[in-house]
Design a protein around this ligand. Structure first.
Ligand SMILES: [Zn+2]
Length: 287
């Protein structure tokens, strides 16, 4: 209504202003990285040797992580480039230190469980000898009691047998104490171990200028963490499917052969579509 009242010149002005705004916005988007038109060039920055991973090993895991996004989509999204400004880093802090501690604890638990089992076996076999000896002695004593008492040398033999069996009993008690102490220790360690549950993707982060990885257990694990952070670098947010690379927890993704879910693929197409929106509107007229 207003436009018609003001006439032809106003319409042209509005059109010009719109085109200018669109061009500025489009230009703005081309300055910021556009994941589907411009590849992310990256290189390895910090690589703390406490992760026990060589440069070559890290590079190969990075290429695997790239492939998780690139193979199914046919897009060349990431490029390893020694000259790149963007870095991917393995930063050692308390997260990996805690993990290594936990691993040591796990080994302790295994050793503890073995020790416990040995002591248990020793205890049980000694106990069965003890029980048999006690039963035999009791039978003999009962026999001689029914006879009105044992002859002197027989009495002495029974007495020394009784003392031998008592010695066996105190050995058994010592073993039982060790057995219980080991069981307690083991339980404390298992409890400690179980405290650490659920693994949020705080083991890595994308800052806009770099990807930092703070914790991983195996290279399979690292591959998924990197793919997840690569996803953030593509400007993809967290998704709701627990099997998605972009789910906020590492839990149900297939670590052995990690792959995008439909939601991951859709999210990538979505960010590509958003980034290309102005370009598409200006030159294609669709979407
Ligand atoms: Zn995340």
């Amino acid at each position: 209504m207003n436009i018609e009242q003001r006439g032809y010149v106003s319409i042209i002005n509005i059109v010009l202003v719109s085109i200018t705004i669109a061009l500025i916005a489009w230009f703005g988007f081309t300055i910021t990285r556009t994941p589907c038109n411009q590849q992310l060039h990256y290189r390895i920055g910090e690589l703390d040797n406490r992760f026990e991973l060589s440069q070559d090993q890290f590079t190969s895991v990075l290429l695997d992580a790239e492939n998780i996004w690139e193979q199914p989509t046919g897009l060349d999204l990431f490029v390893y480039d020694p000259e790149a400004e963007f870095t991917v880093n393995l930063v050692f802090d308390e997260r990996q230190a805690n993990f290594l501690e936990k691993q040591a604890l796990e080994r302790d638990i295994d050793t503890g469980a073995e020790d416990f089992k040995k002591v248990e076996e020793e205890f049980l076999s000694k106990k069965s000898v003890y029980d048999t000896d006690v039963a035999n002695l009791t039978q003999e004593i009962n026999y001689w009691n029914s006879q009105g008492g044992a002859p002197a040398e027989e009495f002495e033999r029974l007495e020394s047998e009784r003392m031998r069996i008592n010695g066996l009993a105190s050995e058994l008690n010592i073993l039982a104490k060790r057995y219980n102490a080991l069981a307690d220790e083991l339980n404390i360690r298992i409890e400690e171990f179980n405290l650490d549950v659920g693994r949020i993707f705080d083991q890595g982060e994308y800052t806009g200028e770099e990807i930092n990885i703070y914790q991983f257990e195996t290279t399979k694990d690292l591959r998924v963490v990197l793919a997840h952070e690569f996803g953030h670098a593509l400007t993809i947010d967290h998704l709701n499917n627990p099997q998605s690379i972009m789910y906020h927890l590492m839990q149900e993704q297939d670590l052995d052969s990690p792959h995008l879910t439909q939601e991951d693929v859709d999210a990538l197409h979505q960010v590509c579509a958003n980034k290309n929106n102005f370009f598409t509107q200006l030159f294609d007229g669709s979407n």
